[in-house]
Design a protein around this ligand. Structure first.
Ligand SMILES: Cc1ncc(COP(=O)(O)O)c(C=O)c1O
Length: 362
């Protein structure tokens, strides 16, 4: 028998999740009503300190709802990062607005605030930032610029559940913030997401938009064009079970990151955190010096059944976006980086094997 494949990610699920799902099945509350939707929203509010948390069907629709709730649409521009997961920028296209890409900081790989102001126009309505690979964006600067120019700040915290900025939970920093609970996220509900906001009016609007624009008073009457972006009770139940393990998950992931950093510190570069912040260490991410070196290591790890992930393609290089010339750092980082297996149950002996394989082949 050969060595077993080490995947890039595996959800940290077990007995507790099985039991709670079985309970939903027995109760027949399997659709988007049932006690776990409220419970999950309230538990997330308690954990993060958010005023309002609205469970939705995934992290992509969560950002779409943010755009809709802020009335962003045709003729508007949204400043955003060129280095993120495609769903983030797609939400700007969904509402007919224009994404205006800004380059990233070479150390944190997040939207570089010092490059934002030159891209603001009379049409700019919001800044959408991602906490890439779990590392919080430079919130204080982003907030200062947003306030100075009267822009909304939207935080895509899909990858940073559990991270903090100056002791505030990532996911509570935007006028609207969003999470994803996809299978590879810090906590998962299978597919799932959440929208968070400090503002009651926005929260009410988001609840209405996610639920077919239903009138509060007249049944089967819809005041606005809405969507079915609801989460199911089964998904929420899994979320309730997952959130109970959050401390353990974050500790395991921080330890995995620390092991990679110690084992590879003289060979590759790691993502830097802004001051007074903590990462969710969603996916350990490393930068090589050359593309040749990176490709060689990917091939060697693949030969040994270790899965890696390429970094995100710069958004402007996707065929349905306009190409741009002024984001060289995002292109450089994208070309030189990979993600390494970072799931909470990664065994120390397997991680040591990955580290040794990289050390011996670089
Ligand atoms: C930065 C970022 N934004 C948005 C999403 C979209 O979330 P989902 O896959 O739940 O739709 C993801 C997750 O895949 C992501 O990593």
């Amino acid at each position: 028998m050969g060595v077993e494949k080490i995947p890039i990610y595996k959800p940290y699920i077990g007995e507790d999740e099985s039991k709670i799902v079985a309970e939903c099945m027995e109760s027949t509350w399997i659709s988007s009503q049932g006690k776990y939707i409220n419970a999950f929203e309230q538990n997330i509010q308690k954990y993060t300190g958010a005023n309002h948390a609205i469970a939705v069907s995934n992290g992509t629709v969560a950002i779409h709802l943010a755009m809709l709730a802020l009335d962003i649409g045709h003729g508007d521009e949204v400043i955003t990062t060129n280095f993120t997961y495609v769903a983030s920028s797609n939400s700007i296209l969904y509402v007919g607005a224009k994404p205006v890409f800004v380059d990233i900081d070479p150390l944190t790989w997040n939207l570089d605030p010092s490059l934002i102001e030159e891209k603001i126009s009379p049409r700019t309505k919001a800044i959408l930032y991602t906490n890439v690979y779990g590392v919080p964006g430079d919130y204080n600067e982003l907030k200062r610029i947003a306030d100075k120019h009267g822009l909304f700040l939207i935080e895509d915290a899909a990858e940073s559940f559990g991270a903090t900025f100056e002791e505030k939970a990532s996911g509570t920093l935007g006028d609207i913030s969003t999470y994803s609970f996809f299978g590879n996220k810090t906590i998962t509900t299978g597919e799932g997401g959440m929208v968070l906001t400090p503002d009651r009016k926005l929260a009410d609007k988001i609840r209405k938009l996610k639920n077919q624009g239903n009138s509060e008073t007249v049944r089967y009457y819809h005041d606005i064009l809405g969507y079915n972006y609801r989460m199911t009770n089964i998904q929420a139940a899994i979320g309730v079970a997952q959130l109970k393990k959050i401390k353990e998950i974050l500790e395991l992931k921080a330890q995995i990151q620390q092991n990679y950093e110690e084992g590879l510190k003289d060979l590759v570069n790691f993502q830097k955190l802004p001051d007074n912040s903590s990462s969710s260490y969603w996916m350990c991410s490393i930068l090589f010096s050359t593309i040749k070196e990176k490709d060689h290591i990917i091939a060697k790890l693949n030969d040994e059944k270790v899965e890696t992930r390429p970094f995100f393609t710069p958004i402007d290089e996707l065929p349905f976006y306009e190409k741009i010339e002024d984001c060289p750092i995002s292109k450089k980082i994208s070309a030189l980086g990979i993600n390494l297996p970072s799931f909470p149950a990664l065994e120390t002996k397997d991680q040591s094997r990955i580290i040794e394989l990289i050390r011996n082949n670089i």
